[in-house]
Design a protein around this ligand. Structure first.
Ligand SMILES: [Zn+2]
Length: 146
């Protein structure tokens, strides 16, 4: 009985050590699958896709376009700028051509494009920064880039 109890204590200690040592799932630094630049798994202007069963991280709208062109059947998601939630790009709202949003981003490089799950959230951020255009859907956003 004493042996069993000490083994239990040992296992609890071991598991708490392991879980403490493991990095948090969100906010990890990863490489962009297209340009190789460091990005975060929860970057506010980041995009994600799936390829061969693995999550692919993309640092920006520009890199998401390049990835999508070569992987048309892979689902593409953007990170909602306000909540961080994954949003399918087909139904997302894009705030584009805002120069002021750059200051809000960790890796702010033009063209600054951020994603929202709803028109309401996009409008709210646009009102806060005071510039930019809101475009619905990935295809329209792509066309609006140039
Ligand atoms: Zn990239």
């Amino acid at each position: 009985m004493n042996h069993f109890r000490s083994m239990t204590v040992l296992w609890i200690l071991l598991f708490s050590l392991i879980s403490f040592a493991l990095p948090a799932k969100s906010g990890q630094t990863v490489s962009c699958a297209v340009c190789g630049m460091d990005t975060k798994t929860d970057a506010r202007n980041g995009f994600e896709s799936m390829h061969e069963g693995k999550t692919v991280h993309l640092c920006s709208f520009s890199c998401s376009l390049k990835f999508h062109a070569g992987h048309l059947k892979s689902p593409l998601y953007g990170h909602d700028f306000s909540s961080g939630a994954k949003v399918n790009v087909e139904s997302a709202f894009f705030l584009m051509k805002s120069s002021k949003i750059l200051k809000e981003l960790e890796f702010g490089m033009p063209p600054s494009v951020v994603v929202f799950s709803s028109r309401f959230l996009a409008d709210k951020t646009q009102a806060q920064v005071g510039d930019g255009e809101i475009i619905k859907g990935f295809e329209a956003a792509q066309k609006n880039l140039h």
